[in-house]
Design a protein around this ligand. Structure first.
Ligand code: EAX
Length: 319
């Protein structure tokens, strides 16, 4: 009799045992499903759900459905969201040392960017997320940023004078465009409406973003400045991370790394496609701007850096 009773209790407990460790990761991004941010998040979701045998579920909240990137970071600090794919720009208010990799013209190739971001400096910056009650899992890629505007061709820094240029919510990006001579206006993404209404004259983003958001419909001129290598980061809630068993802590890091490597390749394989499509869509493109004039304007910004960000920037510039 006793044996039967134990069997019944064990059987009744079974459903609890199967789902005892179920976790749900709410992952926030600001972009739409055709973006590389989304493709990275989807890859992360597929890897996590398959390698945890469904014990961890990932829900992707895209297209600003859970707020802008600054708001997503604040929600991650409170464990209201558990993960995000966030552009490095707005992160500098939470992790100041990330400014070092957002400085203009320090990366002239994907290889150089990978070497720094996946090397000691990048890994140390990711560790600094801990101080902001966040987890920096891995860098992935938005791309080299280029300036567009609706007013006039931009060939040198002098042509930017007085233009109202939207920038990300980042003091460094505001300072960069102020020093170049623009009238920088910080605004969260997306910005198509503000461009169409001429609230702002221009903006700066990688070719993929310019093309995927059809900014060619509201921006006539594109200049291939490639002025900042814009990283994305798989960012997590520290509180959520600490609640996981070690095997799942390792699983999330591994999934973020593999999704990042996958997304970088996707992005780079389509770089030529986006440039050709923007030409096809009728943008007037300056492919050989006077970069020396832009570099001269932003050089003094190095002196504004201090602390850990200055240490990392000096190390990058010395390489
Ligand atoms: O896709 O806010 C921005 O300009 C960022 O580049 C964002 O990733 C847009």
């Amino acid at each position: 009799m006793k044996k039967n009773l134990m069997f019944v209790v064990a059987f009744l407990m079974l459903p609890v045992a199967i789902f005892a460790n179920s976790y749900t990761i709410n992952l926030g991004i600001v972009t739409t499903p055709n973006s590389f941010h989304y493709k990275a998040a989807k890859k992360f979701k597929d890897i996590v759900e398959s390698t945890s045998n469904g014990d961890i579920k990932v829900d992707i909240h895209h297209s600003n459905s859970v707020g802008n990137e600054t708001s997503i970071l604040q929600q991650l600090q409170l464990n209201a969201l558990q993960m995000g794919v966030i552009t490095a720009g707005p992160i500098d208010k939470f992790v100041p040392s990330i400014k070092a990799i957002e400085f203009p013209f320090i990366f002239d190739s994907f290889a150089k960017a990978d070497k720094i971001l996946d090397g000691k400096i990048g890994q140390n910056i990711l560790k600094n997320f801990d101080r902001a009650n966040l987890v920096g899992y891995h860098f992935l890629e938005n791309g080299f940023r280029n300036i567009t505007n609706s007013k006039k061709p931009i060939h040198s820094a002098a042509d930017v004078k007085g233009l109202k240029i939207r920038v990300m919510n980042s003091q460094l990006q505001i300072d960069i465009w102020k020093d170049i001579g623009a009238n920088p206006t910080p605004m969260p993404w997306p910005i198509y409406t503000q461009l169409s209404q001429h609230v702002i004259d221009g903006q700066e983003n990688p070719l993929a973003v310019i093309d995927q958001y059809k900014l060619y419909e509201v921006q006539k001129y594109l200049t291939l400045t490639r002025h900042v290598y814009s990283a994305l980061v798989f960012v997590g809630s520290k509180e959520f991370y600490k609640s996981l068993p070690q095997k799942y802590k390792d699983l999330l890091f591994k999934a973020a790394k593999n999704a990042s490597i996958y997304e970088r390749k996707l992005n780079r394989d389509k770089a030529t496609f986006f440039l050709n499509d923007l030409k096809k869509q009728g943008m007037i493109i300056d492919e050989h701007p006077d970069l020396a004039s832009f570099k001269a304007k932003v050089k003094p910004l190095e002196k504004q850096f201090n602390g850990v960000a200055k240490k990392y920037l000096d190390e990058i510039l010395a390489q």
